[in-house]
Write a protein that binds this ligand. Structure first.
Ligand code: GDP
Length: 401
């Protein structure tokens, strides 16, 4: 028995010693050197990096909004911390609108030059035979000028070239410029009517198929109006596209315009009604109403836009109904234009994405189709890339200079 006890004691002692060795050897691992007590002043200051800010502890103490007891009533009170409130972005001052198209002309020239240059090259041929006139016609049709306006233009050019006899490049350019401007319509009223009359703001309804740039255009138009010294209220009546109201509100906040919105999927007409009501209360100069452009059925669209119009007109008649068309969609855009024109009385057209197509002739064909002027053109995704339409500047961009 004594031998057994002795064996157990020896085993315990040996195991204890081994354990000590292992722990001891772990402890012997060298520790990393402690950080220097004072910063190394010979080292260059660290460059700030993206993301540094997030890692740097904020100096200002977090604000406590309330202290609550645990549900069972026991324990220490729990502090609920409110995240620091995001700072409101500063209100931007948009670019002035006068001469915007001239400033953006380079962008237009890049996409439209082919049309003007093509026409000038063809007209400069020594012999203007039938084949050449056909080529001129094709060039115009390819640029979406439309059949009727193309025929008219070719006819006028034929007559004037005949009268001219010998032709210098300058004469040809001048002649083409004049005829194109005539075709675009220099005398059409292209003002966006948004005057506050008798205490009621100018009311603008923006319609168009989703994806054409309707919400973006409404936001950019708010900037155009603010740049010209107006106060604007936005109505986010496109309650069907999930992000549309947020998108519009962001545009509004950037220039200090108030946005009226309703619940997602809610009634667009009631949002439009409230927006105009607030516009009147705030004595705003203009209320811009973004609408949903679901081309599900013509009757559905008619019901929807008709209701918005009727409800808004309980306050005052609409001053403008702007149809937004994507210039890159060509003939398809014209089909959409026709449908909308049957549903509402369009007073002006906004052609977006003219920076991304060589088919600027759509300006001419859509005006012919609807009998209403192109009032604004979109020339990029930038906030101030929406310009009042000017026929001369547009034609100069086509011809390049
Ligand atoms: P909505 O569904 O009709 O409201 O369309 P959005 O306003 O959301 O615009 C759709 C896309 O078109 C966005 O990516 C816009 O930035 C873009 N867009 C709008 N106008 C123009 C324009 O004039 N030029 C270019 N290049 N893009 C544009």
């Amino acid at each position: 028995m004594d031998i057994v006890i002795l064996a157990v004691v020896i085993a315990v002692v040996v195991l204890g010693a081994l354990g000590g060795l292992i722990v001891g050897s772990r402890r012997k691992k060298p520790l990393p050197p402690p950080p220097p007590a004072t910063p190394d002043i010979t080292a260059p200051p660290a460059e700030p990096h993206v993301g540094d800010e997030a890692e740097t502890p904020r100096e200002e103490p977090r604000r406590t909004i309330e202290e609550v007891d645990l549900p069972d009533g026991g324990g220490a009170p729990v502090t609920v911390e409110e995240p620091p409130a995001p700072e409101a972005p500063p209100v931007e001052i948009p670019e002035p609108t006068a001469g915007r198209l001239v400033r953006l002309r380079a962008r237009l020239s890049r996409s439209q030059n082919a049309l003007g240059k093509g026409l000038l090259t063809l007209l400069s041929r020594e012999h203007l035979d039938e084949d050449t006139w056909e080529e001129i016609e094709d060039t115009l049709l390819t640029a979406d000028v439309g059949v009727q306006p193309t025929q008219e233009l070719v006819e006028r050019l034929r007559e004037r070239v005949k009268v001219l006899g010998t032709r210098t490049p300058e004469e040809l350019r001048g002649l083409l410029r004049e005829e194109l401007i005539k075709l675009v319509g220099p005398d059409m009223d292209r003002t966006v009517h948004t005057e506050n009359e008798a205490g009621c703001p100018g009311i603008v309804m923006v319609v168009g198929v989703n994806g054409t740039g309707k919400t973006t255009t409404t936001g950019k138009l708010a900037r155009v109006l603010v740049a010209d010294g107006n106060t604007v209220v936005l109505g986010a009546a496109d309650t069907f596209r999930a992000a549309a109201a947020d998108q519009l509100q962001t545009w509004g906040e950037r220039v200090g315009a108030h946005t009226v919105r309703g619940p997602e999927g809610g009634d667009p007409a009631s949002v439009a009604f409230d927006a105009v009501k607030e516009g009147i209360e705030m004595s705003a100069d203009a209320v811009l109403i973004d609408t949903a452009g679901r081309l599900h059925t013509k009757t559905g669209l008619m019901d929807e836009l008709g209701k918005v119009k009727r409800v808004v007109e309980k306050h005052a008649p609409l001053d403008e109904v702007l149809l937004v068309l994507d210039a890159t969609t060509g003939q398809n855009g014209l089909v959409q234009a026709r449908v909308f024109a049957e549903v509402v009385d369009i007073t002006g057209i906004v052609l977006t994405k003219l920076d991304g197509t060589a088919k600027g002739g759509i300006v001419i064909s859509v005006q012919r189709e609807l009998g209403v002027p192109v009032k604004l053109v979109g020339l990029g995704e930038g906030a101030d890339d929406l310009a009042p339409f000017e026929p001369e500047a547009f034609v100069d961009a086509l011809l390049g200079d």
